[in-house]
Design a protein around this ligand. Structure first.
Ligand SMILES: Nc1ncnc2c1ncn2[C@@H]1O[C@H](COP(=O)(O)OP(=O)(O)OP(=O)(O)O)[C@@H](O)[C@H]1O
Ligand SMILES: [Mg+2]
Length: 470
């Protein structure tokens, strides 16, 4: 497509109109003189003829010089624009890799060449030139096969290509025939679309469904088994019947907790982008949870040690029910994973900087931030829950907040759980724009720290400064 001349080049062309206007004015002046001075018609005609010829010559000269200047400016504009041509810059700006391929003979593999590769294609295939032999750029037989089908059958073809590198990526490749080139070469375009993330989401969803149904199937199978036993040989055995019924009750409770957790997780996720509007007294929440947990801790001989700030000092924007859920899950874990007769420490501090709130607590323990806070200029309230339980090897820490994730060796017996608690904690803390860290040392214990901004998420640093002064 020819480039349209820039504005300044058009303005630079000499226009013949002023010269023609001057010529016409000359002819009119001679006619007026002929009338007023009574010069004879032959003299007036001769004078008008001279004026017309001179005007025509001037017009021609002006037109030539204008065109020459126009061409010179166009050339320099084209040079200034430089290569590649505008369509190539457009294709190079696209995030999807694209190659244009040409070929002559189906049998001759060396005739398959890529004649254009956009920037994304050069990055993906790690090629430096945007033209070369196709097999030097890509060796995947499925892709080469798709290219041949597009080139020689005239039909679209698709395949999936796994690209190696630091991180394996899955790309859908689409080959589409193009019109033949003027010299008779076959042409096709090869387009790649990165589907890595989409497949990851699909896998996560499939894993989630598989995990959820597995978790429900286990207690359900146990319930079905006991019902059968109760109808059969335990029918007339009151002692066995009582024992089986209490096991069934526990299994039904497990199923209902799982369904509650799943529903709670999806509710939290739905409202995760809406900042909580209420103000919550965190110290009162901690006291309520610990009062409720005391009987279970007592049964196991686990001592609960509490450290709270003075009343009203740790107020923060929050959803009370959700804050209670966070504290409950962390305290439940600490008690559950503590040895009988162990100690669980729960400490709440207010008015901390984000650095102080997330400062390491257990020297020498593996430490990981599971969620970073994102409210600038706020003071934080930090809740720390520590136990002296078995701890966790470092490699498990990054996965703790995944749904259904449980550390190997802690999946059965007293400590059975569904692995949803910490996923719930993370989503709630995220809704409150807070942070979450874990520190754990095998054989020594674990500490979880949740820190929440004490001002609402929308507060700007200037507003905070004004608030502090007043
Ligand atoms: N304080 C802790 N000490 C040792 N391991 C822990 C501790 N807290 C969590 N874990 C490990 O992290 C896993 C995930 O914890 P999470 O609270 O999500 O699930 P859960 O307690 O197994 O089940 P749920 O909370 O859904 O009843 C646990 O299964 C356990 O392996
Ligand atoms: Mg738990």
């Amino acid at each position: 497509m020819p480039a349209s001349p820039p504005e300044d080049t058009r303005a630079a062309q000499s226009s013949p109109w002023p010269i023609m206007a001057a010529g016409a004015a000359g002819v009119v002046a001679i006619a007026a003189i002929a009338v007023t001075q009574q010069i004879g018609p032959p003299a007036a005609l001769a004078a008008a003829g001279v004026v017309t010829v001179v005007t025509a010559l001037c017009v021609l000269a002006a037109d030539r010089s204008g065109e020459a200047r126009y061409r010179a400016l166009m050339r320099s504009a084209a040079i200034r624009a430089g290569e590649p041509p505008p369509f190539a810059s457009l294709v190079n700006a696209l995030p999807d890799p694209i190659l244009v391929i040409s070929a002559t003979e189906p049998e001759d593999l060396t005739s398959r060449r890529y004649v254009f590769a956009n920037t994304a294609a050069r990055d993906l295939l790690r090629i430096e030139r945007d033209e070369g032999l196709l097999v030097n750029a890509i060796r995947d037989p499925d892709v080469l096969d798709a290219v041949d089908r597009a080139l020689f059958t005239g039909h679209d073809a698709e395949c999936v290509h796994e690209a190696g590198g630091a991180q394996t990526r899955t790309l859908r490749v689409h080959a589409r025939p193009l019109a033949e080139a003027l010299d008779g070469r076959r042409m096709a375009v090869l387009m790649f679309r990165d589907e890595t993330e989409m497949r990851q989401v699909e896998r996560t969803r499939a894993d989630f469904l598989a995990n959820a149904s597995h978790e429900l199937r286990t207690p359900l199978a146990s319930l079905a088994g006991f019902i059968e036993t109760l109808r059969g040989h335990a029918k007339d055995d009151p002692v066995a019947r009582d024992r089986f019924l209490s096991i069934m009750q526990a299994q039904a409770g497990r199923m209902s907790r799982l369904v509650d957790d799943l529903m709670s997780l999806s509710r939290i996720e739905l409202g995760e982008h809406i900042a909580p509007a209420d103000q919550v007294d965190l110290a009162a929440c901690v006291s309520d949870v610990l009062d409720a947990s005391a009987p279970i801790a007592e049964r196991r001989g686990v001592k609960l040690k509490i450290k709270l700030p003075r009343k009203g000092a740790a107020r923060a924007p929050g959803d009370r029910d959700q804050i209670l859920q966070v504290i409950q899950n962390l305290v439940d874990n600490a008690v559950k994973y503590s040895p009988d007769g162990g100690v669980v420490e729960v400490a709440l501090q207010a008015g901390l900087s984000p650095e102080a709130a997330s400062a390491p607590y257990r020297p020498g323990a593996a430490r990981l931030s599971l969620l970073a806070p994102d409210v600038l200029g706020s003071a934080y309230a930090a809740l720390r829950v520590s136990d002296r339980g078995p701890g966790m090897p470092r490699e498990h820490l990054p996965r703790l907040t995944e749904r259904f994730y449980r550390v190997e060796g802690q999946k059965s017996g007293e400590r059975a759980g569904s692995g949803l608690g910490l996923a719930i904690v993370k989503h709630i803390v995220n809704r409150h724009r807070g942070g979450l860290t874990v520190e754990s040392a095998v054989g020594e214990g674990t500490t979880f720290t949740v820190y929440l901004p004490m001002r609402s998420a929308r507060v700007t640093p200037t507003a905070v400064a004004v608030a502090k002064v007043s």
